[in-house]
Write a protein that binds this ligand. Sequence first.
Ligand code: ATP
Length: 359
Amino acid sequence: MAKITLNNIAHSYDGGNSYALKAMSHEWNDGGAYALLGPSGCGKTTLLNIISGLLQPSEGQLLFDDVDVSSLPTEQRNIAQVFQFPVLYDTMTVADNLAFPLRNRRGPDKLSAAEIDHRVQQAISMLGLEALAGRKARGLSADDKQKISLGRGLVRTDVNAILFDEPLTVIDPHLKWQLRTQLKQIHRQFGHTMIYVTHDQTEALTFADKVVVMLAGEVVQMGTPQELFDAPQHTFVGKFIGSPGMNVLPCELAGKEAVIDDRRIALAREYPTLNGVIELGIRPEFVRLVNSGQGLPVQIVSVEDVGRHRIVRAQLNKHRLDIIVPAHQPVPSEPGVEFDSDRINIYQNSQLVGWEHQL
Ligand code: ATP
C-alpha cells in the first residue's frame, strides 16, 4: 500500500485555460479509505484516471510513497481498479475470474498455486460467492458479476491502491447497503489504500474515513463525515451533505447576533467585520419548532414523515427553511423556530468563517 501525493496536479482536456481539474495539492495516507464525492462533472473521474495513469495530467506530479509515478503507464503503477460496470471473462468460471489477476504475475511476484487458491477462496467468502464459484460468469446477474469485479479488485494484497469508480451503480439497492458495509470491513481487515468515486453521499460517508468533496474541478473540503456535518467549510458542502442539507440564509452581523430580515438570532460568539456575501448556516437537526409567539415566526409548507423523524419544510419570510422534528413531537399550526446558537456557522462569500477570526 502507498501514500499518495498530489503535487499541484491540474488538468485541461483541450490544453487551454479551461481546467476540468484546477491545481490541487494533497497527501492521502497509506492505508486510508478516501471517497471522492461531488456532483456530475466536478472532476472525480478525471482525478481518479490521473491516479490510475489512464490520463496524463497537464500539470503537476503524482507520487506513490514519495516516488514520482506521473509518467508511468497504468500497468507499472501496481494498482487494482473496479469500474462502474463489470469487466469479466464470460467464458471463465467465477473462481478463474478471481484468480486471473494473480496468475498473471511474473518473476519474483509470481504466486504459488496454493497461495492463489487461498486468496481466491478468501475473496469468495468475503463476498458470499460460494454457490457460484464453479459457474461460468456468462449468464450471471448484473449484481453477481459486479461482485466478482469487486473481488478481482480485492484479491491482490500487494497493490499500491485500489481505485473504485462508482462500483455500486448497477447493484440492487438492498445489496448496495450490504456491499458498502462489507467493503468497509475489508478495509479494516486488510488496510488497503482505497479511493472510491461516487456522487452518492451515503456511499461516501459509510465507506470513507476521509471524504474529499469536489465542486467544479476543486476540492472544497476534505474531512471525516463528522467534520463535514459539523463544520462544512463551504456552503456547497453544507447543502450537499445531509438529508436534507444545511439551511443557508443571507444575514447581517451585529455584535453577538445575526440579523435576518430584521429578526435577531443569538450567536455563540462575536465575529469581526466581514465583507461580501454573509450567510448563516444551520442544519435542520438544530432548528427547533416552538409554539406560536415564541422564536421567529414561520409558515409550514409541508411535513414529510420519514419514519425516524419528520422533515418540516417551512418559509421564514422569503427564505426556505428545513426543520427535523422528532417523530413524537406535535407540529404547531402557527409555529416559531429557534436556532441552536452553538450549531450556527457563519459564511463569508460561501467560505466558513473559522475560529481564527474570533475576536
Ligand atoms: P460524472 O460523475 O458525471 O462521471 P465527474 O465528476 O467524474 O462526473 P469528470 O468526468 O471528471 O467528472 O468530468 C469533469 C469535466 O471534464 C466535465 O466538464 C466533463 O465534461 C469534462 N470531461 C471529462 N472527460 C472529458 C474528455 N475526455 N474530453 C473533454 N472533456 C472531458
